[in-house]
Design a protein around this ligand. Structure first.
Ligand code: SF4
Length: 351
């Protein structure tokens, strides 16, 4: 295992790395100071690594990264990067997707315990059993799935192109849609498709974004616009509920990450409610400091995303782990389902 010493001395005889402690909720013990950021950049250069951070990461991780974005955009950046090591600050299925699209590169995640409750809501064995019940069905999977599930999938989708993907399938073929039940219900409503079976998966974060809460917010913020970022398990319920009339339609904007930043810069209202994971607020407030951005649900914080701490990123760059492995056959089959997704409609950025 390659190891690179973190040289920054913070107290007599104490290097930053010596302060890292491991616990059940991740690595802690190091603050995201400017000294830490300099050390992270130095170590990344020594490793010839580029640091990618998802929009839901802690602000200090977003600020030290070379690129910030959603999962698909980051996977594309990973594939095109000149560096041969990718440090993916996000959850595990995202780092796996980057590995699937960049099989020749070393992909590191600062803490491999950073999972995703939505991706974990269906295993490869469960999908195999479901497929056996419907042997002629076409399997459509949201990008929040493990590499093993992607390998058993015909076409991946994001919430931006889920409707186009399902509409592209022969109307006589049954569809198995997984794992997000809210996105599935939205697609079924829009396409009117009856022969579509939906897996009952969900993200723990979006359980808090409910119809009553959206209606309350609409009433108490009569001039605010609502931005919904549906490329996320935590906002697909808001997408579904907005479609059911829980918030006045003329004030609802369904936006990708990039679209949300552009809309923030162009917004005329003073207040914008945001239905997504709260990490997204950091980029929005940087893009449009004059607007009061408020989370629809300020408890919508993904504990897995927040496992990528300053201590975890330091350990990752010092010790060269945790490395993400996807066996070549699984990666090749998974790559096929992701590529079919990219060919149909505009996939946007994924979560
Ligand atoms: S917010 Fe939900 S869907 Fe997104 S990574 Fe976290 S658990 Fe998964």
């Amino acid at each position: 295992m390659a190891t690179m010493g973190a040289k920054l001395v913070t107290a007599p005889g104490t290097t930053l790395m010596e302060q890292v402690t491991d616990g059940p909720s991740g690595f802690t013990g190091v603050e995201g100071t400017s000294g830490w950021a300099q050390e992270i950049k130095r170590l990344a250069r020594m490793r010839n690594a580029t640091i990618l951070a998802h929009n839901y990461q802690l602000p200090e991780i977003q600020d030290v990264a070379d690129h910030v974005g959603d999962s698909l955009a980051l996977s594309r950046i990973a594939a095109e990067a000149s560096e041969d090591t990718i440090v993916f600050c996000g959850v595990h299925f995202m780092a796996e997707t980057a590995k699937i699209l960049s099989p020749g590169k070393t992909v590191l995640i600062p803490d491999q315990r950073a999972g995703c409750s939505l991706a974990d809501s269906i295993s490869a064995d469960e999908l195999r059993a479901w497929k056996a019940e419907f042997p002629n069905a076409v399997v459509v999977s949201y990008v929040n799935t493990t590499a093993a599930v992607k390998a058993l999938t015909d076409i991946c989708c994001t919430s931006s192109n889920a409707v186009d993907v399902v509409a592209s399938i022969d109307p006589d073929r049954e569809v198995l849609f997984l794992p997000d039940q809210f996105l599935g219900a939205h697609v079924k409503r829009v396409t009117g498709r009856e022969n579509m079976h939906i897996w009952a998966g969900e993200c723990h974060v979006h359980a808090g974004i409910n119809g009553d809460e959206l209606q309350d917010q609409a009433r108490t913020h009569p001039d605010a616009e609502l931005f919904v970022h549906p490329e996320c398990g935590c906002a697909t319920s808001a997408l579904y509920l907005a479609g059911e009339g829980a918030f006045p339609a003329e004030r609802v904007h369904i936006l990708s990450t990039g679209g949300m930043i552009d809309a923030a810069k162009a917004a005329t209202s003073n207040q914008v409610l945001v239905a997504t994971e709260i990490g997204m607020l950091h980029q929005l407030r940087k893009a449009a400091p004059g607007i009061d951005f408020q989370a629809v649900n300020d408890r919508a914080s993904c504990k897995y995303m927040k496992m990528i701490t300053p201590a975890a990123l330091l350990r990752c760059l010092v010790e060269g782990r945790d490395e993400v492995h996807v066996d070549p056959e699984t990666a090749a089959r998974g790559r096929g389902s992701v590529q079919r997704m990219i060919e149909i409609g505009n996939p946007g950025g994924g979560e």
